[in-house]
Write a protein that binds this ligand. Structure first.
Ligand code: PLP
Length: 374
């Protein structure tokens, strides 16, 4: 039985009528750029997250870039972040003129190790950019305690963690700005690219709104050099439908994670996803780690592929070792936990419509391979 990593057609089948209606409504309205669908979605998602302002943009990457700019990150500013993330987290810092400063991860959660942040703070440090990786919130209380005395800005990369909460506060609403992605495979995905910046600051919201629309509040009158980075009305219409299902889908993700944990828990070589605080993880990805050399992980991946079971490695090369950052002068060994994780992690199929037969199929294949390797 083949098992895909995600199955967006299965999800569409469950909500087809509502989606088709929303798409038709938008097309028939003749309004495709900003307008009531985008404003409606912004209000609804702000309410869902419990935040004052939400501004729809063209992608999660643009959400980061515009949020960094709106928070005043510019040339020479240092932004502390994790090396174990997607490149969008740091390319946007660089595009603002800033400099990413890496801090190693906590090997259990794969998130930035907040205990290691203080020593790298310098007079040039302006912000911290925590990434809630795989859907598990960063230790935000710990982070706030560390940076309180330093007056730093927090910009959260919530691309993988829509709906996840730290002690009843949803991620994205804790720092000065939160950035979300609606890339189709994210927990709340559109049918194309999309993104969102949320903030409790009217100023930051206004700056992002101006930046996303060519630096203008009034058409053909420009205040700053901006971008064409608006959330499409069609995507907003789709996302309004999906937002209503999000909590149910997150519940189903957690249930599937529990099925996996039950089926994989006794395999000695498998480290299950660690939940730092129970109930907070939304499992955008169900990521296990395997003991032993990289060959074990890569061999398992091949074995699964041969049985039609998809898997993925997020991420195979830590950012400090990427060619693009060679000029930063890092070498292997600088961030050992991140480097260890890149050789050990494997994300298994995870989506709300998965059946227990499917999680059992995946878990059974993982077990057969690892037991054959002894
Ligand atoms: C997906 C993702 C992004 C970028 O989002 P896009 O919508 O693809 O631009 C940024 N950061 C992380 C951690 C992501 O997973």
């Amino acid at each position: 039985m083949p098992v895909p990593l995600v199955d967006l057609t299965a999800q569409y089948a469950c909500i087809k009528e509502e989606i088709d209606g929303a798409v038709r409504r938008t097309i028939e309205s003749g309004g495709f750029i900003l307008g009531p669908e985008v404003t409606g979605f912004e209000q609804e998602v702000a309410e869902y997250l419990g935040v004052e302002w939400a501004v729809g943009v063209a992608s999660g990457t643009d959400a980061l870039r515009l949020a960094l700019m709106a928070c005043g990150i510019g040339p020479g500013d240092e932004v502390i972040t994790t090396p174990f993330t997607f490149i969008a987290t740091t390319e946007t810092i660089v595009q603002c003129g800033g400099k990413p400063v890496f801090v190693d991860i906590d090997p259990r959660t794969y998130n930035i190790d907040v205990a290691r942040i203080e020593p790298v703070i310098t007079p040039r440090t302006k912000a911290v950019l925590p990434v809630h990786l795989y859907g598990q919130p960063v230790d935000m209380d710990g982070l706030l305690a560390v940076i309180r005395a330093h007056g730093l800005t927090i910009i959260e990369d919530c691309a993988q963690a829509m709906g996840a909460a730290c002690a009843h506060k949803k991620v994205g609403t804790i720092g000065e700005a939160g950035c979300f992605s609606f890339f189709p495979s994210k927990v709340l995905g559109g049918y194309g690219d999309g993104g969102l910046v949320v903030t409790g600051s009217a100023d930051i919201a206004e700056r992002v709104r101006v930046l996303r629309n060519h630096g203008s509040k009034q058409r053909y009158y420009h205040l700053v050099d901006g971008f064409n980075s608006r959330l499409d009305a069609l995507q907003a219409a789709v996302l309004r439908v999906k937002l209503g299902y999000l909590d149910g889908w997150l519940e189903k993700r957690r249930e599937r994670a529990a099925w996996y944990a039950q089926a994989l828990g006794d395999i000695g070589m498998v480290h299950l996803p660690y939940e730092a605080r129970p109930g907070e993880h939304v499992y955008n990805y169900y990521t296990i780690a395997l003991d032993g050399p990289k060959e074990v992980r890569d061999g398992l991946r091949k074995y699964l592929e041969g049985r039609g079971i998809a898997s993925a490695v997020y991420y195979p090369l830590s950012l400090h070792l990427q060619d693009v950052y060679r000029h930063m002068g890092h070498s292997p060994g600088d961030f050992p936990e991140s480097e260890r994780a890149q050789e050990r992690v494997l994300s298994l199929p995870m989506y709300p419509e998965m059946t227990q037969e499917q999680t059992d199929e995946v878990a059974g294949a993982v077990r057969r391979y690892l037991e054959s390797k002894g």
